[in-house]
Design a protein around this ligand. Sequence first.
Ligand code: ADE
Length: 357
Amino acid sequence: MVLPNVMQKIDSHKLIHWFQSAKRDLPWRRNPTPYQIWISEVMLQQTQVAVVVPYYERWLKRFPTVHDLAEAPINEVLKLWEGLGYYSRARHLHAGAQTIVERFNGEIPSTPDQLKLIKGLGPYTIGAILSLAFQKQAAAVDGNVMRVLARFFAYREDISKSSSIKILRQIAEENVPQNDPGAFNEALIELGATICTRTPQCQKCPLRSNCAALAQELEHELPIKGKSVSYQQLFRSVAVVISQNRLLVKKGEKGSIMTDLYEFPYFEVEASGITTTALAGLLKKNFNLATREVASLPEFEHAFTRFRVKLLPVLYHSTQIKPVAGYEWLGREEVAKLPFSSGHRRILHHLQKEQLW
Ligand code: ADE
């Protein structure tokens, strides 16, 4: 393990002073409760601030307290999350709210061991809740903060290695001040999001006089990041089947990536796709459904975890509305309330916009 030179310290006064004047006015920064901090920090994982803001506001309107969230049906929780991606976060929030009600009397707990009992919380979110909500001296190191720390301490190892995450988290812990640890952590996050960005704006940085990367002219070289994950491209022929004004849809199976999210029937195909007649043939063979092609629909892109999917949809009508195992025929009112995976939701919006359904 190569330890960086950690002789220098982050000047927490300078950092917090900068944060107080430079921080963006964000809804979870207006006197937040521990519940609000929990929700916002989970939403902000892997998602940009500008995307999160409207979701956060809608969420708090619908689920103002832990109890409201714990009592909500999962479909409604996922519907409010629709489009944010990484849906396990929403499922974990829902399950976590139930744990908090059952085990902690509806109060977000304030120790690491108790927080570990709440689904979906890892070292970052636990540190963020402890420091931002309870003023405890804990570090909160996410991707943005890793970049700041790697530069400030001129850390020259690949920061995507798990050993690097551990080392940088330990260095962060040694730097969190007793005084206002929450502001310190949020300031590091803000610095990473607004100044110590991929192309850093060092002239504006409150930490520039002690930054090891800047002193060594390594600010553009660091952090070192290994190969990013490679994506797998998939192609799916999607059959949008309407019968008596109802759509044929399937709810994602438990344990699958799309758990509880609704999708149209689809088949994995080659990049060249399949003909609309071949797709109708698959509907007949797999579901015993006789269909008539109505229209080819535009392609939609869809990305989740390490997959990139091209959806190739075709609209069909079926005169029969017979049961199809594992699928449901749903009308407009039901569909409007249900959460769809983002790609299939785009197809659905297209149908509605073009008045095809
Ligand atoms: N990213 C993660 N936590 C954040 C916060 N509290 N404010 C802005 N961006 C964040």
